[in-house]
Write a protein that binds this ligand. Structure first.
Ligand code: 26V
Length: 777
């Protein structure tokens, strides 16, 4: 029934939006989370369905448990894409997601003996109820082969021959908007299949069984599994195939719909916006050129104008290891025609810059696409799109002044900031029903459609009765999390302790290690004098490490080893507990964010492009302790410096150390006794069970001079943490701070972010439907 209603409304949507601008969001990852509850909430029928099911003796919550949580993304980037789909639908934008239907998503994390182990994420094992296979809309994608050129009537023509065809079959998942049944959008995920079964059979019948199987599995490998971003991602042939696969399939299907609507190609950018989420889909640029030139017969300049004016690009990281590059030889072999087009883009670009910057060799070298026999994907993205944005104001500033400095001189008009946002209907309204009901009681229901109305909560800042109710909601959520931890790990925790939470991917730059050293220091203090530590604290960690990232995996082991040690010391256990929650994902996030008192956002300044967990915590009333990095800076501006805790080096200081040197971690180690003690404890037998395993961490701090300035920020972190503990012990102050955080979180709704993308980049209107308006005179 739900499925039929969705299909019917979708057909209506399609007709009513035929002549509006279509926005295509190309992303290699969509971390959509569970959908049943989300559909019910957005259609406004959750209670109705709950009651109906209860009559049949079915508990809706039990049913919701059964649904798979597809892990089709690594973390922030994929989750952002999913939040954006929701906000596009809400704003009445004809928005389409375009991605890959990985047979296996991000691995499931199991903790064994304190170590992470990986298990395949078999999300399709019981079929997935929300996808619709649309075999009739399949597209053929061509790999390898040769390009033959010929002059036909005085014009160069390109023929791609002897290629290996792969069939891209789309599976569609409906994106239902909140309170707007007339705009149902679509997330299209492509699956790779052999073009025809006959091909395999032919080899099979010849007796060439191996050939038959390897052809099939070679093709299916393309959409087999999501890459769990690790430190050596570039240079992988399969990854490049994945990137071209969903780009070519997506653009092929866009061209079909453009044809169906009889649009003039010259008007393409007026009707179509293509957004590329990081550089992974950047082959959209040469692929659109290929279609326009080889298939539609346009000249280079016209094709280039159309391409640049349709495409916009978001950068999500300044970490140099994460910037994609492809070796020319590998690339040429897999995508010969696309390579020719990239070469030509590069040639023309260099020619233009040589005219403009003839006396500046360096700028020409820095900005070319093909350099040292590698294709620099970020350079292609900046050159071939009309808008380049960062995801928080500091991040955009660093893009302009450092990463893309030379391009910023060339095309300053392309650069802009779009601070990230999150879906407040998923991460507050749905994840935290008790608090949400309280908010609605206080300020009415319209904050669900306009998150900035949360600011109306500020009148309750001094209202003791209201603050108590909000605190009760927090206890309720903490209890729910405690029960989950009890059930899954058998550990009983204290609901009245302060919940201090750090959940995110494990990475050196996110500095889970700094948090661990802090806890080790508190441990040492409690052992010396239990009264020296104010209150009691529960430290909660969660997050996955890339399977090949040894250092991050050692950090997980360290957290678990510390947790065990503390748990065994009764004197300490009353004051401190540490838990590592296995397999952090979207669903667990929905349980954890509402239960947090403290949100740890402690990356090395300049390294975290934005962060979005920080926003999810904030809207659930957790107080941030963090560095001036990413969107923490904007959170600080929103709540004011009295309503969060900031410490550590600034981005400028970090960048200065990196460019000028002068940092010596050993000096800090020798100067600060407390710090030295904790660092030594990594290797001196303090962790009796551990052997040599934490030596890599010890060495990273002292032998390799602490790349992420953990030791440098340690003392400041502890100092500010003390202030936080004392604020927590003052209940009135803390609940007031918490309320300000909720009240000021509205600007971090992805509705705001998408309104800005729509107005400034895609040039289409963001207009949620207001049915109430129809009743008004
Ligand atoms: C990938 C890799 C892979 C190679 C090893 C190092 C490394 C470091 C970072 C990444 C992340 C790639 C892109 C990404 O996921 N960025 C995240 O995007 C979020 C949404 O904009 C943002 O909130 C996070 O700050 C940013 O890290």
């Amino acid at each position: 029934m739900l499925k039929e209603t969705i299909s019917f409304n979708r057909a209506l949507t399609k007709n009513s939006t035929l002549y509006t601008k279509q926005v295509y969001y190309f992303s290699m990852e969509f971390l959509i989370g569970k959908l049943l509850r989300y559909y019910l909430v957005n259609m406004g029928v959750e209670e109705l369905v709950r009651e109906g099911l209860a009559e049949l003796h079915i508990d809706l919550d039990d049913l919701l448990e059964q649904e798979a949580d597809p892990g089709l993304g690594n973390g922030g980037l994929g989750r952002l894409a999913a939040c954006f789909l929701d906000s596009m639908a809400f704003g009445g934008i004809a928005g389409h997601g375009n991605g890959i239907r990985y047979r296996y998503g991000l691995f499931e994390q199991k903790i064994r003996n304190g170590f992470q182990t990986e298990v395949a994420d078999n999300w399709l094992k019981n079929d997935y109820p929300w996808e619709i296979r649309r075999a009739e809309k399949s597209i053929v994608v061509k790999f390898k082969g040769h390009v033959r050129t010929e002059v036909v009537k005085g014009k160069l023509v390109f023929y791609h021959e002897q290629y290996e065809p792969v069939l891209a079959v789309p599976y569609d998942i409906p994106v239902i908007s909140y309170d707007n049944p007339l705009n149902i959008n679509n997330l299209r995920l492509w699956s790779a299949e052999p073009l025809s079964n006959e091909l395999d059979l032919a080899s099979f019948n010849r007796g060439d069984f191996d050939q038959a199987v390897s052809l099939r599995s070679g093709v299916e490998a393309i959409s087999y599994i999501l890459y769990p971003d690790d430190s050596s991602r570039s240079g992988k042939e399969l990854r490049l195939k994945q990137e071209y696969f969903f780009v070519a399939a997506g653009l092929g299907s866009i061209m079909k719909s453009v044809k169906k609507r009889n649009l003039f190609l010259a008007e393409f950018p007026r009707w179509v916006s293509i957004h590329i989420n990081d550089t992974h889909p950047v082959l959209c640029i040469p692929e659109l050129m290929r279609i326009l030139i080889d298939e539609e017969g346009l000249g280079w300049d016209q094709a280039w104008n159309i391409t640049v004016n349709s495409i916009s690009f978001t950068n999500h990281t300044i970490m140099p290891e994460a910037l994609e590059k492809w070796p020319v030889t590998l690339f040429k072999n897999i995508l010969p025609r696309i390579f020719m087009i990239i070469e030509e883009i590069d040639r023309r670009f260099k020619e233009r810059s040589a005219r403009r910057f003839f006396d500046d060799r360096k700028i020409i070298q820095n900005t070319q696409i093909i350099k040292d026999n590698h294709i620099q994907m970020a350079n292609l993205a900046v050159i071939g799109s009309s808008s380049v944005n960062g995801v928080a104001s500091l991040h955009t500033k660093i893009l302009k002044q450092q990463v893309f400095k030379d391009y910023y001189r060339m095309f300053s008009y392309k650069f802009n900031n779009k601070t990230n946002g999150v879906n407040h209907r998923r991460f507050l309204l749905t994840a935290n029903p008790v608090l949400s009901d309280l908010i609605t009681e206080a300020i009415g229901p319209t904050w669900k459609k306009n998150a900035e109305e949360l600011e109306n909560l500020l009148i309750y800042q001094e209202d003791a009765a209201f603050l108590e109710k909000a605190a009760k909601a927090k206890y309720h959520n903490k209890m729910q999390l405690l029960q989950y931890i009890k059930k899954t790990q058998g550990i009983e925790l204290d609901c009245f302790s302060m919940f201090d939470v750090q959940v995110k991917r494990i990475h050196a730059y996110k500095r889970q290690l700094l948090n661990i050293l802090k806890i080790m220091h508190l441990f040492n203090q409690v052992q010396e004098d239990p009264n020296s530590v104010l209150g009691s604290q529960t430290f909660i960690f969660g997050g996955k490490a890339a399977p090949g990232y040894h250092y991050a995996k050692t950090i997980i082991k360290l957290i678990n080893t510390l947790a065990e040690k503390i748990h065994k010391e009764p004197r300490v256990r009353d004051k401190l507990e540490v838990v590592f929650i296995e397999n952090f994902n979207v669903s667990l996030g929905e349980l954890i964010y509402p239960a947090a008192d403290v949100s740890e956002q402690i990356s090395t300044a300049s390294k975290e492009a934005s962060g979005t967990g920080n926003m999810k915590f904030m809207m659930n009333g957790a107080i941030t302790i963090g560095t001036l990095d990413g969107a923490n800076i904007e959170i600080k501006e929103a709540v004011g410096e009295n309503n969060l805790f900031i410490f550590g080096l600034s981005a400028d200081e970090v960048l200065r150390y990196s460019s000028e040197g002068g940092y010596k971690s050993l000096d800090l180690y020798y100067d600060n006794q407390d710090l030295r003690r904790c660092v030594d404890q990594l290797v001196n037998g303090f962790f009796a069970t551990a052997g040599e395993e934490f030596k890599v961490i010890f060495d990273s701090l002292l032998l390799y001079n602490d790349d992420y300035f953990v030791l440098r920020d340690f003392a400041d972190y502890l100092e500010v943490y003390k202030q936080l503990q004392s604020a927590y012990s003052d209940r009135k102050r803390w609940t007031g701070m918490s309320l300000v955080n909720i009240a000021k979180s509205g600007v971090f709704s992805s509705d705001r972010t998408i309104r800005e993308y729509a107005d400034q980049i895609w040039k289409t209107s963001f207009r949620p439907i207001d049915f109430n308006l129809q009743d008004k005179p």
